[in-house]
Each structure stands twice: as C-alpha cells, then as structure tokens.
Design a binder for this molecule. Structure first.
Ligand code: ADP
Length: 713
C-alpha cells in the first residue's frame, strides 16, 4: 500500500455562512416564541438608566402639583374650578407658554366657577386630559372648557411588567382620535411638531419624572412662588397628593414605584420636544445585524481556531457600549439580545459539527498510523481518553525513533544533508557541517557537478567525495572525507615512480657497467674507473632510497627518533666543515654567520639533512667561484637558518612546487632526484617550523627555516 493511500483527507468544514444562517433562523424562532421581549425590556431599561441624561438645566416644563400640603391647606379634592382657575391665572400671569391640565373635567359643575376656569384658559394654549368611560367613549373636557378641541389622552401603554414605556401618539375612542397629552403639551413649545396618528412614541423619560421642576399648588395659591419658575415654560397642572390622581411606573422613575402621572407626562413632553425618542428597529434590520455579527463571530472563531469566550465577551461588551452611546437615536436591544443568542448558538453548533468531524477524521488517522507502525492492538479506542493514550504511546515511539536516528546521524563519520524541494535544509548531521566547514547550499554542490557522482571536491585541506541523490521531494547528499585515501594513492604513485623511473636508470647503468667488466678485457685503470662508476650509481641509489624512506616515515607521522634540545648554530657549523670540501671542489666559498644560543628542540640527524640539502643545493646550483651565505640567528622566540646563494634563482611558478616530491625545475641540468627539498619541508613541518624562499632570477635564492626557540640546551 502506497503512502498516499494511507493519507487522511483534511478535516471538512461547514461553511460559516450556512452555520450563521442556521443560527439566525434559530434566533428568529426564539424571538417568535416570545423569549426576547422580557430580555429586551430589561436590557433597554438598564441601557436607559446607564445612558447619559443630557443637559437638564434648561427644562422647558414646570409642574404645579396639587400635593398633600395643598390638599391640607385648601381642602380635599375635587377642588372647585375657581381654585383651578386661580392656578391657571397665576401661571398665565407668570408667563406660561401653555397649560396642560391633567385633570378630567368632563361634567359641568357650578356655572360661575366653570366660567372662571373657562375665562382663565381662554388666554393661553391649552391641553386638557380626556379618558375613556366604562363603555370606551371619551370623557371629554366640558364643552365650556373647549371640549374635544383641547382634549388629549393621558394614557401610557402599560407593559406586562406594569411599566409604561410607550405612549400612543394618538388614541382612538368612539369616533374620535385624540393626541397624547404629552405630545399636545410639546406643541406649546414646538408648534411645528407633527402628530402621527397611531405612532408609538418611546420617550426616554429624561429628566426622570421625579426630577421635573415642580411647585406646590399651595405656594402658587398663596403667592409664595417665584414667577420666573413658570415664565417661558409649559405648565402641567395635576395631582400628586397621596392616594389621588393617576400614577405610572416608568423606566427612569424610582424602581417599582409609581410616580404621579402628571410628572410622567411632563417628562415625556421634554423627551418629545428634545427628540429624545427611542426608535425600535424593525425585525429585518435586527436580523440583518444579527446575520452580520454571526458571520463576523464565525470568522473570528475560524481565525482563532476555537470559540474564545474572552474574545466573545469583549465583542459583546463593545456592542453594549456602542448601544449605550447610540441609545438616543435607536434602540439596539433586539440586535444586542439577538447577537448574544446568535453568537452562543452558532458557536455551539459549530463546535459540535467540528468536533464530530474531528472525531471521525482523527479515528481514520489514528487507525492508519497504528496499522502503519504495526502497533497491537491496531483498533482505535472509542473513548477520548483511550485515543489520547494511544496518541501518547505513538508520540513516545516517534520521539524514541527520532532520538535513535539523530544519535546515529550524530555518530556518523559521513556527512548527511537533506534538502526539501525549495532547497531548504531539512536535516543535517554535525559531520556534514564539520567536513564542509559550515552548511553548504544545495546549489553550491550541484553547480560543481559534472557527470561524475560521487564528485570529489577540495575544501581547505580536505578532499570530499560527495554523492547527491535527487529524491523527487528533495535532495540527499552524503559527504565523505577521502583525504587519507588520496594521500595513500599519491604515495602509491610516488613509490611506483621511484621504482619504475628513478631506480631503473641507475640500475640499468650498473648493469651496463657490469656487462662491460664481464665482456671486455679492461686495463687496471679502466676497471677501477668502471668500479668507481658502479659505486657512484649504487651510492646515488642508496641515498635516494634512504631519503625516500625518511620521507615516508615523516609524512606518515612514524618517525621514531626523539627530538632533543640542541644548539642549531653549533650543529650547522659542524655540517659546514664537511660541506666545505664539496664547495671547495667548485671553488665556492661558504660564509657562515652563526649566533650563539640558537637553541631549538630538534632531531639532530634530521636537521643535518636539512642543512646538507639546502647548502648542497646552493653549491650545486651556484656558478663556480661564487659565494654562499649561511646564517643562524635568534630572536626572542624564533631561531632562523638562512641559506643564501647567488645562483640562477627560482622562477615564480617554481617556488610553489620545489617542495613537491620529484619536482625539478625544467631545464635543470645538474643531476638530482627532486626529493631533497621535499625532505627539508617534511622535516621542518615535523618540527613545527616553517620554510620560505625568496628568489630573484639571476640573483640567487634565500631559503629561510624558522623554528621555535627554547631557552636552555
Ligand atoms: P634535486 O636538487 O635533487 O633536484 P631538490 O628537491 O633539492 O631536488 O630541488 C628541487 C629543484 O629545485 C631542483 O631540481 C632545482 O631545479 C631547484 N632548486 C633547488 N635549490 C635551488 C637553488 N638553490 N637555486 C636554484 N634552483 C634550486
């Protein structure tokens, strides 16, 4: 079974829009059942109480209350119309803009006193309360007072909880529709206000009824009031005495306590004149808002990956604050409550749908993985706890395998690097970085490829064999350090060369000389010459083999001799005495300059080879009669040996190669094997020193060997 067949498809999601639609339908249903209105009422009252009350100083309304004091002083209710007339006259005289009388004055009483009130009311705009009788007919103000023309209804719509929140702009009785008293009074202040028949007014009741400026009828009657309290205002006259007059509970009044109806009307009048009316949004508007927010909440949920209670609370709080700020213009109660329901319902629905699908998918996934790893039992546990347990076991196993793989990779001498299709490193072991000296880019390696795989690249002093495999989903490279193999191979070739070329020639000469001796009758002198030639060649062979073996030993790090503290100056001086003879043959003068105390840690015989080779070369490659300078000097931490000749010099391109084994400058006629300087370099390296050449064509060369100095010998 291929990998792809085991792969589980990604979890399916229900589109947010469908879920939001379902949630909105659910909200609509909740609304239709009638769960929302109580919630809406409570939230609305809360918002109303919490919303700013506005500037109440310039309230254009004043109430004259027939209160307990007035009743006590001027007698029980009903009062005579003459007394009411006094109140009206006083108000008019004080500059009232209009009078709203919240008293039902339907029947006619004493004609004289009726007339007094009629006269008093004739001078100002007036609105008089009317009410329904038992039969649903209007009890209109007495004809003499203006009858239906000044009548206004003094009702408020009482909600199921006993609170008045709405007032009908007009109310229909038998054959007659009357405006609300508060609306009629509002027209004293703003005559242009339209009366919309049948409209529902939702006043904010601001200021609250108990804060409406009021005067006791007693103070008006005895003249102890300030006329300016009435001037320029609409005057409401009504009863607040205990147990008399109508009483309302309004949202902004004291909680659960009725306030005098006249004050409630006065409060409503202010709301109406100031345009502080709440407008109830239509169901479509609410549903659209609900839909919008439901989709929004689902989107947030999708982004955050889960239903986040804190985020939801923040959104809800923000919406409520917004509603509070906007309360003067529109009532957001329905959307707010809808939103709460929508959000919770849709989120729950979403969670349920997703967790079901997640359970199903995770079951498939777990089963496939269990089968893949050959776990027993391979059946998927039914409970969430069981599944978690199975996952934990799988995780342990994966971690363990991962640790083993990492340990294996870490211990490997070969470097392993895995790149993905984008060339990003997915996996690499420490050896890869160590061998390459950093992390290679895939392109760095692939660019170097010709047709050979593995490819051998040189990084610093290392030779790396690199094999790259294209895996389709990425590339895998294996890096192997082949420096040691290369060195061995080089040595093998050098050995082959020594035997096949360098040793063959002198051996052939020796064989030739031997044959001569065998075949020909040679004179004593001739025999001696041939014998000396044979000895010379044999000696050369011997030297070459010795040097080669020394080189092998040093290069392979197998030199057995021990280093000891020597005075390099003395050692060089001793060698020069021997070398002087060879120099003398070519009339070459060696000029030494040797400091004392040039102490170094060295193997004496090896250093003799260095001096022999450097001075020997100088003698070999210098013209007869020239001079050679040999200096040994000491600085604080270094001892330097300089061998300078005045020979032909070494060209630039030769400088880098003269230390290679078997290398000889092209055109060099003097015999030699090209091994001397290679040995010198090996010896100096072995001692932890360094060797440099300065050379000028035609002017000679200077070889400088530096070694770390030591104090005492
Ligand atoms: P050999 O002298 O046996 O050829 P070496 O390793 O000593 O081998 O030297 C390598 C080559 O470097 C020589 O063949 C010669 O061409 C060049 N060389 C060495 N020393 C000198 C020198 N002092 N002046 C000029 N060329 C030199």
């Amino acid at each position: 079974m291929g990998d792809d067949q085991r792969r589980i498809p990604a979890g399916k999601r229900l589109p947010s829009a469908i879920l939001a639609g379902v949630a909105v339908a659910l909200t609509g249903a909740i609304w239709a059942i009638g769960w929302l209105p109580p919630l809406e009422r409570t939230t609305g009252d809360l918002l109303l109480r919490a919303s700013p009350s506005g500037d109440d100083r310039e309230v254009p309304v004043v109430a004259i209350l027939i209160d307990d004091e007035a009743v006590e002083r001027y007698g029980p209710l009903p009062w005579s119309r003459a007394r009411l007339a006094e109140l009206v006259v006083a108000s008019t005289a004080s500059g009232a803009l209009g009078i709203a009388l919240d008293l039902i004055l339907a029947e006619s009483t004493d004609p004289e006193t009726d007339q007094a009130l009629t006269d008093a009311l004739a001078d100002v705009p007036v609105a008089l309360a009317a009410a329904f009788d038992r039969n649903g007919s209007w009890l209109l103000p007495n004809e003499s007072l203006g009858g239906a023309s000044v009548a206004a209804h003094a009702y408020g719509e009482v909600g199921p909880d006993g609170v008045v929140r709405t007032i009908a702009a007009t109310k229909q009785g038998r054959g007659l529709s009357l405006p609300a008293l508060s609306l009629a009074a509002a027209r004293f202040l703003r005559p242009e206000l339209a009366i919309e028949p049948g409209a529902e007014l939702r006043p904010e009741f601001r200021p609250a009824p108990q804060h409406i400026p009021s005067l006791s009828a007693a103070s008006v009657l005895d003249g102890s009031y300030e006329p300016k309290e009435i001037a320029g205002r609409a005057v409401f006259i009504g009863i607040s005495a205990t147990g008399a007059g109508d009483q309302f509970v309004v949202p902004t009044g004291p909680r659960h306590e009725p306030v005098p109806g006249v004050l409630a009307h006065a409060s409503a009048t202010i709301s109406i004149t100031q345009g502080r009316l709440l407008r109830v949004p239509g169901p479509l508007w609410s549903l659209a808002a609900a839909l919008l927010v439901a989709v929004g909440i689902q989107l947030i949920r999708d982004r955050r990956g889960a239903f986040d209670l804190a985020a939801f609370a923040a959104v809800a709080a923000g919406l409520i604050l917004l509603a509070m700020a906007a309360i003067r213009f529109s009532l957001l109660l329905v959307p707010v409550t809808s939103l709460l329901t929508v959000a919770v319902a849709s989120a729950l629905l979403r969670e349920t749908a997703e967790s079901r699908s997640a359970r199903r998918e995770s079951g498939h996934l777990l089963k496939a993985v269990l089968e893949h790893v050959g776990a027993t039992p391979s059946t998927v546990p039914r409970t969430a706890a069981g599944r978690l347990d199975a996952l934990r076991r799988l995780q342990d196993r994966v971690l363990e395998e991962d640790a083993t793989r990492r340990a294996l990779l870490a211990d490997m001498e070969e470097g392993v690097i895995l790149w993905d299709v984008n060339g990003e490193v997915v996996l690499a072991n420490p050896a890869a970085e160590r061998l390459w000296g950093g992390m290679p880019e895939l392109t760095e390696i692939t660019q170097s490829f010709d047709d050979t795989n593995p490819l051998v690249l040189t990084r610093g002093r290392r030779h790396l064999a690199i094999g790259v495999t294209d895996l389709g989903r990425g590339h895998l490279a294996i890096l192997r350090d082949v420096s040691a193999e290369r060195t061995l191979e080089k040595r093998r070739r050098e050995m082959q060369r020594l035997v096949s070329h360098e040793l063959k020639t002198p051996l052939a000469s020796i064989a030739g000389f031997g044959e001569n001796l065998e075949r020909y009758e040679l004179s004593g002198d001739e025999q001696r010459r041939v014998a000396s030639l044979i000895r010379g060649e044999a000696q050369r062979l011997q030297e070459m083999v010795t040097v080669f073996l020394d080189l092998e030993q040093l290069g392979g790090g197998h030199w057995d001799g021990a280093a000891e503290a020597i005075d390099l100056g003395q050692r060089v001086a001793a060698r020069l005495e021997v070398l002087d003879a060879a120099a003398g043959v070519r009339q070459i003068i060696i000029t030494p300059s040797i400091d004392s105390g040039c102490n170094v840690q060295a193997v004496p015989v090896l250093f003799d080879r260095v001096v022999d080779n450097l001075v020997g070369n100088a003698i070999k490659y210098t013209h007869s009669g020239d001079s050679i300078d040999v200096a040994v000097s000491r600085s604080t931490d270094q001892v330097c040996l300089v061998v300078r000749d005045h020979g032909p010099g070494i060209p630039e391109e030769g400088l880098a190669r003269v230390f290679d084994r078997f290398y000889r400058l092209p055109g060099t006629e003097v015999t030699g094997a090209g091994l001397g300087l290679a040995l010198v370099k090996e010896v100096v390296d072995w001692h932890g020193g360094c060797i440099t050449i300065e050379s000028e064509i035609g002017n000679g060369s200077a070889f400088t060997v530096s070694l770390p100095a030591i104090e005492e010998v």
